[in-house]
Design a protein. Structure first.
Length: 347
């Protein structure tokens, strides 16, 4: 029998994490009698006088959200990172290491209306969100080593508020995911003298097996090494290191990406598709002036759903004790998303 990646078990390497994922395609037809989720619904009013993210409503801090007309940014009233605080004592015991953690947390409201999202905002309105992301990345990047812009979509992903918004956590330290990525991107660059993700984009554009969507500036793929069933990466066709390097052409094209990706996701299981998404680029703060050609700016979407709006993937058992595993092949997941129309379903 000859090996067929769509049928036969194998391991795939994630060069960004230096990790392997087990792919078991023969297992994808197994029946499911475990937990099911409530299908994500989407009926929200345009304005809710009790929602603190709506214009004119008072937040937990007692401050009033102004009557904003585009994007609006405020300091998170429940920040995980504070700018100031007592510092822990250094320890020379290798088993009990502690480090200082400082930072700041903000919330960005995308639009004054609660019943809008990337699928029904105009290009101009989406570009306003992108501009705000870039502005925040620039401002916070001057002070902080890592500026993590991220959005949790849907209650299944821990989103606490239906208003269109995202969060920013900026820190004095490099968190684990980008820290490991930085090490692996650098190793690749040193070995091949080429940014890993630029090389990857070029090869994916040739192979054309995992592309979900592409336009003149960006390509969206289910990465070769994806762990989550419908995980995607948004990669630039022109090499850039950071969000602050994105030019006007890339901005307009990125607005199209944001709109199309969510429409395809929502169409897949006819629901408000839950995910965490965010952006990664070269570290900032002290490293702002450092040349970091090994980095390529990119976006990441991590959705938890597996086979319907109510069945999600659990990262448990073998995956937390040994190694991540997937049943649905990456290529099949990419095809399923690619085939979705670019017009959103209506109920
Ligand atoms: P999530 O939906 O991803 O949880 O983001 C909403 C954020 O808004 C959350 O971090 C903040 C929460 O702390 N928030 C305020 O800062 N003030 C409020 O009055 C409500 C919510």
């Amino acid at each position: 029998m000859t090996f067929n990646p769509n049928e036969h078990q194998h391991l795939r390497y994630n060069p960004l994490k230096d990790e392997w994922v087990l792919v078991s395609p023969h297992r994808s037809l197994r029946p499911w009698s475990g937990q099911t989720e409530t299908p994500p619904t989407e009926e929200v009013p345009r304005f809710d006088p009790t929602n603190p993210l709506c214009p004119g409503v008072t937040r937990a801090s007692g401050k009033v959200t102004p009557k904003y007309e585009s994007t609006y940014v405020f300091e998170n009233d429940f920040p995980a990172l504070l700018q100031e605080g007592p510092e822990p004592a250094e320890s020379d015991d290798p088993l009990f290491q502690t480090k200082t953690a400082k930072g700041t947390c903000r919330v960005i409201c995308y639009h004054p209306y609660t019943d809008v999202y990337f699928y029904n905002l105009s290009t101009k309105e989406i570009v306003a969100v992108i501009d705000e992301w870039i502005k925040q990345a620039k401002e916070l990047g001057r002070e902080y080593t890592w500026v993590q812009i991220f959005e949790n979509r849907g209650t299944m992903m821990g989103c606490s508020n239906p208003h269109p918004h995202c969060q920013i956590w900026a820190s004095t330290f490099l968190p684990n995911e980008p820290r490991i990525k930085d090490i692996n991107l650098r190793k690749f660059y040193d070995k091949y003298q080429k940014p890993m993700l630029q090389d990857y984009v070029e090869k994916e554009l040739q192979k054309r097996e995992r592309i979900v969507y592409e336009n003149s500036e960006w390509v969206v793929v289910v990465p070769y090494w994806a762990v989550w069933p419908f995980e995607t990466m948004v990669l630039p066709k022109r090499q850039i290191q950071r969000f602050t390097d994105v030019d006007d052409r890339q901005k307009e094209a990125l607005a199209q990406v944001l709109q199309t990706v969510v429409v395809k996701y929502d169409n897949l299981f006819k629901c408000k598709f839950p995910y965490s998404m965010g952006w990664h680029g070269a570290p900032t703060g002290d490293k702002l002036e450092e040349c970091q050609p090994h980095w390529t700016f990119h976006g990441i979407y991590i959705p938890p759903l597996l086979r319907s709006a109510t069945v999600k993937k659990f990262m448990v058992g073998y995956e937390v004790l040994a190694q991540a595993q997937r049943d649905l092949t990456v290529e099949k997941a990419a095809a399923m998303l690619r085939e979705q129309p670019e017009k959103r379903f209506s109920l």
